[in-house]
Design a protein around this ligand. Sequence first.
Ligand SMILES: C[S@@+](CC[C@H](N)C(=O)[O-])C[C@H]1O[C@@H](n2cnc3c(N)ncnc32)[C@H](O)[C@@H]1O
Length: 274
Amino acid sequence: MSRYKAETYKFFSDIIFKQTGMVYGENDTYRLDSRIKELMTNFEFEDEKQLVEAFKNRPSADMMTILVNISTNNETYFFRDQKPFNALSDYMYLEVKKVNPGVINIWSAACSTGQEPLSILMSIQEKFGSSELRNIKLRASDVSFKALSKAKSGTYTGLEVQRGLPINLLMKYFSHIEEEDRWQVDSNLLNQIDFRDHNLLTGSFENSKFHIIFCRNVLIYQNKDNKNIIMNKLHDALKPGGFLVLGNGESLIGMDSLLQKDTNSAMTLYRRIK
Ligand SMILES: C[S@@+](CC[C@H](N)C(=O)[O-])C[C@H]1O[C@@H](n2cnc3c(N)ncnc32)[C@H](O)[C@@H]1O
């Protein structure tokens, strides 16, 4: 049973859509319930009417930031789906290096709490050695301020490092903070990442900059129009010959993208041709 009025769900799903492009449909009220409740607790409002009024009457930047933080799904883990990271070190990186002797620009767009960019760096270091990291510029961005702050801290719980991270890599790249029972990633890896606050829908993109872009498990929350907008911007942000890695099952079938499916790998990989 719904906890709030239909207008309240509609009001917040509209703002979330405008801010992030994420769609909360009529059947998603249960997903919004806990989020609206969290907003009420956060701002100490007693009822939904007060909360809606506050958001209608010039909401502060803080209120919007918190709304975006709580409305995004930040699920992620180290070496998620594994194949993209194997393909990165065994194939994509070598392909782009062949024609680009200089620095290789990689972007983890929608990096959530940082496991994806760290997995990118560990994959490259494990394959090519630590000196290869000097040849890489890695950008990592997300719309959620909260997820990004955690990514910047490079600190993870025992549970988080158990998800996807092999024990030898945990021992090699992380140190245990006894007092907090947390794991801190090596500053050599963390300092290699240029973290940015960036919205894929409304943010600006640098043309023909990146050799490889990871944009995984974010388009599934967008409608077709927004997917098209984002895919076109990602196409332009890639260098010709550059690779775009999408999440499992996030194909471009049925969309008018200029990107071409890369048939050399059994994953959702696209390439900018020219
Ligand atoms: C499910 S996580 C995926 C994280 C990582 N890419 C992975 O595959 O493990 C989706 C991330 O997309 C971010 N996100 C949602 N809408 C966004 C937007 N419009 N621009 C940038 N990031 C967005 C969320 O904050 C969240 O951290």
